[in-house]
Design a binder for this molecule. Sequence first.
Ligand SMILES: [Zn+2]
Ligand SMILES: [Zn+2]
Length: 214
Amino acid sequence: MSHENAPATKLLATACACCGRDLVDAVSVETGIGPECRKKYAIDTDVSEAARQEANALVYSVAQKGIGIRKAQAAFERLAELGFVVLAERIAKRFRATLQPKLSEAEVAQLRKEYAKLRTDFCYDNGYSAGDFDAHVRSQDPRGPLEFVKLAKEVTCMCKRCGGSGQYVRYSGSQMVSSSDCFRCGGKGHQTLDDARRNRAYDELALNRALRAG
Ligand SMILES: [Zn+2]
Ligand SMILES: [Zn+2]
């Protein structure tokens, strides 16, 4: 059976976590590392069977597509603890290289700028700080600048104006006078980037009117 149509290679790791070459034999696919790299990084020798098995499992997890940075980082640290220091360094280097292989420095700088702009726009007056924003994005384990920007566009937070109810209630004394959809969040109870941008535009318009009237 060829490498391409072996059922295992479709479901499991397909490229060596150390060098990125295609994995062709069952053991390699199972461990996420090719025979040459296994030899080179001594994963087959000089350690207890338990440590070897744990290391194999760790390498395999990192070789999977879609593993997040934090999980990968933990795997690198554990590998080093087990004594596979060189292997851990090699895989970490390869892992980082696969995160955003096609971005130039200028593109990364541009994405950082875009992220900062999105953050500024979002944290307009909803009580969300830049720190809250960063923490929220990071908690989703983005794999690089592109994902930072993508996640930044999807941040939402509870609407401070209506306390999350989506309703804006007016009182006269303790008497409720009227209730309507909260205009800061459009009645959703949470604010999105679009809400924050609309609120800023609205406030600027209202301020200009007030200035002209004054
Ligand atoms: Zn390799
Ligand atoms: Zn609201």
